[in-house]
Design a protein around this ligand. Structure first.
Ligand code: HEC
Ligand code: HEC
Ligand code: HEC
Ligand code: HEC
Length: 123
């Protein structure tokens, strides 16, 4: 009985250890959206941006000392309703991050989305 219990504890511990890694991984694709948002969600290809477009993690995760280990969600600092503690509100932060870079890339001949309905797509 005793060793069975010990085994169970070990299994649970291994499981928790494993999911702590799963949670530290970004999804390949996000549907960026928050509760109460008026427009449709924005698809964001995390994997492509980091790997194919070769954008450094810190360009976006700009307050995290080591994004490969741990990142904080944008909206943990960028409040949805208003600017707080010097951080612009979430809509402003996202638009600056995404659209400013896209505009710059497009001057260099790329075709990254800059129009509202290219990002906020229905369906
Ligand atoms: C172009 C911007 C951008 C780049 C580049 C980027 N990320 Fe992200 N990352 C995001 C956004 C947006 C999210 C969605 C979660 C959020 O709202 O904060 C995210 C989510 C994550 C998450 C999941 C966070 C959670 O709590 O669910 C991790 C981990 C992560 N990124 C790590 C990385 C690492 C490591 C790199 C570099 C290899 C990287 N990111 C590059 C924008 C970016
Ligand atoms: C730990 C808190 C924190 C997190 C997490 C965070 N930010 Fe910020 N962000 C700030 C603060 C504070 C500022 C104000 C300028 C500064 O201190 O760098 C800022 C400024 C910005 C700016 C510049 C805005 C402007 O008007 O020039 C952009 C763009 C931005 N953040 C995007 C993001 C994105 C995208 C994410 C998530 C991938 C994110 N931030 C995560 C705190 C944070
Ligand atoms: C530092 C630059 C940079 C940032 C920041 C950035 N992107 Fe991009 N994005 C690109 C590049 C480069 C492309 C590819 C354009 C091409 O191939 O013509 C792209 C393409 C896209 C595309 C179309 C292709 C695809 O992969 O789906 C979408 C949608 C997109 N980005 C959404 C976003 C969103 C949403 C954000 C903010 C959370 C964001 N991007 C932030 C550089 C950036
Ligand atoms: C490069 C992609 C991109 C473009 C272009 C873009 N947005 Fe956004 N927008 C986002 C992201 C990412 C968010 C944060 C997550 C979300 O969609 O709710 C956001 C959030 C918002 C929000 C707050 C959430 C909501 O739906 O109420 C509004 C309003 C908004 N955008 C309006 C616009 C308008 C209007 C335009 C055109 C002038 C536009 N956006 C262009 C990516 C984009």
């Amino acid at each position: 009985m005793k060793s069975k219990k010990g085994l169970m504890v070990l299994i649970v511990a291994c499981f928790l250890f494993a999911i702590s890694f799963v949670y530290a991984q970004p999804q390949d694709v996000y549907k960026l959206h928050w509760e109460g948002a008026k427009l449709p969600p924005t698809e964001f290809t995390h994997k492509k941006h980091a790997e194919d477009y070769k954008i450094d993690c810190k360009v976006c995760h700009h307050k995290d000392p080591n994004p490969a280990e741990k990142v904080a969600k944008c909206i943990s600092c960028h409040d949805i309703a208003e600017a707080k503690n010097g951080a612009p509100k979430a809509e402003t932060a996202y638009h600056k991050n995404c659209i400013d870079c896209h505009k710059k890339e497009n001057e260099g001949g790329k075709a990254a989305p800059t129009k509202c309905n290219e990002c906020h797509k229905k369906g």
